[in-house]
Design a protein around this ligand. Structure first.
Ligand SMILES: Cc1cc2nc3c(=O)[nH]c(=O)nc-3n(C[C@H](O)[C@H](O)[C@H](O)COP(=O)(O)OP(=O)(O)OC[C@H]3O[C@@H](n4cnc5c(N)ncnc54)[C@H](O)[C@@H]3O)c2cc1C
Length: 463
């Protein structure tokens, strides 16, 4: 059986077919989990505290809210997150289906109209005959009933206390930040041009805002001198490397930005062949492209500082900011020491932990964690062995990260090819590696599904 791994122990609440499954949190992981379990025939109660109580990042009363960017990142299977999306679709992800239906143009990425995406998922959950939505704040999972805890990275209050008690000192916290959004009509098109990186000049979905050397110097000086929002007493400045605030990157030196979010390479201004020194990319937030997100500009600068510094970018000199950047706390468990191989709390095996709270990072990864928890909770209730996809798949790679007890200071991770076992044989050029890893993952996933007697929800494209 190609790459297959099955449960060693079936679990404590094995085969209780009449049992109701509780899901706490109607975000990306919780909705995916609830829909998977309900589709498998299980009665589900989904507990969501919105709209009565909103976290600092949630504003939409609907379920499955994308709290920051509208991008689900690279959509090519030769990238790790592209592969993960493909695997999710093959596994029958309901949220990926909604993402496809609400997609907006975004070059090689998959971006969605967030309102339409939330609406599609919200309606699916509310109308599902086996899901009962309960509009309440949960303070703890039920003692003896099966439960999926998917309350997200901003879990707090009594529920956080319950988790801290169960997870002990290993329950950690850190911060990431939200990028500003500008209105498209306020961008000065004399200083901006459309184009995707490495695409034909003038073609693409990104609006690029270049800076020459002098403009860059003024911008950089202002950014590094700008004032930050003060942290609360309960916050400590531990930033997640994958989502560093722009000013923190700037403080590491000019090159960090010029080789990072402001890199000028691969972009050509139509009719103006000269190089520019730096560039800010704006990505569409909605289907019409009326709102544009400043890519990689997550920040904890004060609002006044943001307005002053970001308006030094020539194209944004008169920009209207539909939303300014901000900072947020982000909770996650020390998965390798707190969770078992199927993402259940070792100290409370009736509780799965799904989504960002489990120690994955990102929208797609949170959906993936929700899908696995939803499927496995349903399987255990039906007396079936839980599933663990092959280690060579992106799904398996994420699980491997959560189980990696070699890491002393466990941190959440986006999916990446480093989580998968390397390809055997002779050294493979970097440019070919993604495609080969994706091909291997697809072969192993399909063989494994066949071995489990499961049918792919979608045909795998030729890779
Ligand atoms: C500020 C911020 C910005 C982010 N930006 C991005 C980004 O741009 N791209 C990206 O890929 N990832 C981003 N992430 C990371 C991550 O992908 C998202 O947080 C994602 O939404 C996580 O999905 P989730 O299902 O785990 O949690 P959520 O989507 O947050 O869902 C949790 C749900 O549980 C509910 N809830 C919480 N507590 C309770 C309770 N006690 N009782 C009942 N309901 C409760 C909440 O209201 C919410 O609806 C960001 C995270 C944060 C905090």
């Amino acid at each position: 059986m190609a790459g297959a791994e099955l449960a060693g122990r079936p679990g404590l609440w094995y085969h209780r077919p009449m049992e109701t499954l509780f899901v706490i949190g109607g975000g990306l992981a919780g909705c995916e989990a609830a829909l998977q379990a309900a589709e498998a025939g299980v009665q589900v109660r989904l507990i969501e505290m919105k709209p009565a109580r909103m976290s600092p990042a949630h504003h939409d009363p609907r379920l499955a809210e994308l709290v920051c960017s509208n991008s689900l990142r690279n959509d090519q299977p030769s990238s790790a997150v592209g592969l993960l999306k493909l695997e999710l679709e093959i596994m029958g992800s309901r949220l990926m289906a909604a993402a496809r239906q609400s997609a907006v143009p975004a070059g090689k990425a998959l971006a969605v109209d967030r309102g339409r995406f939330a609406e599609l998922v919200d309606q699916q959950v509310r109308n599902h005959p086996r899901i009962k939505l309960i509009g309440q704040e949960a303070v703890a999972p039920p003692e003896d009933a099966p439960c999926i805890l998917a309350s997200g990275p901003l879990t707090d209050g009594a529920l956080a206390q319950w988790l801290a008690q169960r997870a002990g000192a290993a329950h950690l916290h850190f911060y990431d930040a939200i990028a500003p959004i500008v209105t498209r009509e306020s961008v000065d098109m004399d200083h901006a041009f459309w184009g995707d990186r490495w695409a034909e000049p003038g073609q693409g979905d990104y609006l690029n805002c270049p800076l020459d050397r002098q403009q860059w110097a003024a911008f950089y000086a202002a950014l590094t001198a700008a004032e930050n929002v003060a942290l609360h007493d309960f916050e400590s400045p531990r930033f997640f490397e994958g989502c560093l605030p722009i000013e923190v990157m700037a403080a590491r030196g000019e090159q960090t930005l010029l080789f990072g979010p402001m890199k000028p390479v691969g972009l050509h201004r139509p009719g103006q062949p000269g190089r520019f020194h730096a560039v800010v990319q704006l990505r569409k937030e909605d289907a019409e492209g009326r709102l544009l997100n400043m890519v990689g500009f997550q920040t904890k600068l004060t609002h006044q500082s943001q307005l002053r510094v970001f308006r030094l970018i020539p194209a944004l000199a008169h920009a209207e900011f539909a939303r300014l950047g901000s900072i947020h706390r982000n909770s996650f468990v020390d998965a390798p020491r707190v969770l078992d191989a199927f993402m259940r709390l070792r100290t409370a095996p009736n509780v799965f932990v799904a989504g960002q709270l489990a120690g994955v990072e990102g929208y797609v990864e949170s959906m993936a964690a929700g899908l696995l928890c939803g499927l496995n909770a349903a399987r255990l209730l039906k007396g079936q062995q839980p599933l663990r996809p092959p280690a060579t798949t992106a799904l398996g790679g994420l699980l491997a990260h959560l189980a990696n007890d070699q890491t002393k200071d466990f941190q959440p991770s986006n999916v990446n090819f480093g989580l998968l076992p390397p390809l055997g044989g002779k050294k493979i050029p970097k440019k070919d590696r993604g495609a080969l890893l994706a091909r291997r993952a697809m072969q192993d996933l399909l063989a494994w599904l066949g071995d489990q007697g499961l049918t792919p929800a979608k045909a795998a494209p030729p890779l």
